[in-house]
Design a protein around this ligand. Structure first.
Ligand code: ZN
Length: 129
């Protein structure tokens, strides 16, 4: 989907989300206030985002706010040492947040994996804590 792993510099910064005149998502640098084109949104390659001279964000990877939240979630869940069942749920939660379909996550945790039966709230809490 993107080239993050191919980049040498993996430092990130949080962008301000904006829309261009066509309603497409673009980014704004919070330091130099430069506004990007649309290609950076898909590629995440810093070379497609021109900042003002000497902006410290010039070589860093732009991240949207909710992408940072996903990372923080991942770290805090791993820190607690969750088991496989919960890690699988977390992956679905992350995908749901990315796609904006939080219902997918709710459906996942409230469904019995073997019987596909709808679980009660207390049954769900027993499984996922
Ligand atoms: Zn900048």
């Amino acid at each position: 989907m993107n080239n993050i792993n191919n980049l040498k510099n993996t430092e990130m910064y949080e962008v301000i989300n904006m829309k261009n005149k066509f309603g497409e998502l673009i980014y704004k640098c919070p330091i130099c206030n430069s506004v990007s084109g649309t290609y950076i949104v898909k590629s995440r390659d810093p070379k497609y985002f021109t900042h003002i001279y000497n902006c410290p964000n010039s070589d860093k990877i732009p991240m949207e706010k909710n992408q940072k939240i996903n990372e923080t979630l991942n770290k805090s869940f791993k820190y607690k040492g969750l088991d496989d069942l919960n890690n699988k749920s977390l992956n679905i939660l992350n995908k749901s947040i990315e796609s904006g379909l939080i219902e997918n996550y709710v459906e996942h945790v409230f469904t019995d994996k073997d019987t596909k039966r709808r679980l009660s709230y207390s049954e769900m809490r027993e499984l996922y804590g």
